[in-house]
Design a protein around this ligand. Structure first.
Ligand code: UD1
Length: 363
């Protein structure tokens, strides 16, 4: 029996582990154990996703919660070490670039347990982003590096990672998107909100660089105020952004936007449903840049850089930073029918998890 620990911690991890876990349980000789660090813990940031993605309940929940980077990372490491000592797995699988990813991979290698990093090789070259540090660290110490796009191969080569460790497999997040397309179509979220297809823009916003800085946050609000004159905006809000709106005293400005619907974070299926028929998306998320590229939906990314360059080079993504004028002019282009067209990147075909499991276990 091959014992595997699959790690999840934060919202963007769930849709990446789900297809891997589903693929592993097909094989009698593989025993996957699902560990949730508890980095995200609100019902709407976690449990809802387990339900939507038909994931089994975590076998082990570490309950670490929110804290500073050092405290959160340290707590995960202390708790996760006990899990590995008790269960002695052959391999730990981590996904993405959140604090749980880096913390768990570090604990595993120090115990001599092999680590597979899914979504390896992405680089924004911006070390002020906590995720960039997590990516660099995790890739440097992983034994298997599963890459989603061509740039990942180039980055890992430049960093001196052995070719034999690196595998271009496509994207497990797109596996989930494809797998749940039909189910997401059954969501009634658009009826609930009274939305016709392509009649709204969808916004997500949570990066510290955007929301922890009042000036930047206000520049983005300026853009939203101008956009909502032309199109309804749906804004499911991340807890970090909600907290900062309150702290910066920006509630009134948001309330005044009559054509902006602010709502609690959505589950996976409702969000996918809205994404499929959005006129365009404004986001600072990583994964949403890729989901929109896959779906051919125009995406304006409120960041200066992206670790997912394929979405800009061949997808529908445009980087607009927090530049109010640029956001507005790109939004207007889309609304007048001059949107950027793109194509689906290689191997984003719904089979990434199968490739990963085949490569790991010669299935
Ligand atoms: C984390 C990831 C980020 C990812 C994002 C997706 C890191 C460094 N960052 O950022 O890469 O894009 O998740 O959502 O790992 N909070 C709640 N309830 C929750 C979780 C968080 O209220 O369930 C609040 C807390 O006030 C917390 C803050 O959100 O302090 C930030 O949470 P944290 O996990 O530290 O980072 P995220 O901004 O969510």
């Amino acid at each position: 029996m091959i014992k595997i620990v699959n790690v999840v911690g934060a919202r963007p991890n769930f849709m990446k582990i789900a297809p891997i876990q589903r693929e592993m349980v097909k094989y009698k000789h593989i025993e996957p154990l699902l560990v949730h660090t508890g980095q995200h813990y609100d019902e709407r940031m976690s449990k809802l996703f387990f339900d939507d993605l038909e994931m089994p309940k975590p076998d082990i929940y570490l309950n670490v919660g929110s804290a500073s980077h050092a405290v959160q990372t340290a707590k995960i490491m202390i708790e996760f070490e006990q899990v590995l000592l008790e269960h002695q797995p052959h391999l730990v699988v981590v996904v993405g670039d959140v604090n749980s990813t880096a913390a768990c991979s570090l604990v595993a290698v120090k115990l001599g347990i092999k680590v597979a990093h899914v979504e390896a090789g992405l680089r924004s070259f911006d070390r002020t982003m906590p995720e960039e540090i997590n990516r660099l660290l995790t890739d440097a110490i992983s034994d298997f590096l599963f890459v989603t796009e061509q740039s990942g191969l180039v980055n890992l080569k430049r960093e001196g990672i052995l070719d034999s460790k690196v595998h271009f497999v496509g994207h497990v997040m797109i596996d989930s998107l494809i797998h749940f397309t039909k189910k997401a179509a059954l969501s009634t979220i658009k009826q609930t909100l009274g939305l016709a297809d392509h009649s709204y823009a969808l916004i997500t916003l949570h990066r510290p660089g955007n929301v922890d800085n009042r000036e930047n946050f206000c520049k983005l609000l300026n853009a939203f105020e101008l956009i909502e004159r032309d199109i309804k905006i749906i804004f499911p809000i991340h807890p970090r952004s909600k907290k900062m709106i309150k702290e910066f005293g920006l509630e009134e400005r948001i309330d005044r936007m009559n054509n902006l619907i602010l709502m609690e974070p959505l589950g996976y299926l409702d969000f996918m449903n809205l994404l499929h028929s959005a006129r365009f998306v404004l986001t600072d998320s990583g994964g949403i840049q890729e989901e929109t590229t896959y779906l051919g939906i125009p995406c304006l990314t409120m960041r200066e850089n992206t670790e997912r360059p394929v979405t800009v080079e061949s997808g529908t993504n445009i980087l607009v930073g927090s530049n109010t004028d640029l956001i507005l002019s790109e939004a207007k282009k889309i609304l007048s029918g001059n949107e950027k067209k793109g194509k689906i990147p290689p191997l984003w075909d719904g089979k990434a998890a199968k490739r990963i499991v085949d490569l790991l276990f010669n299935c």
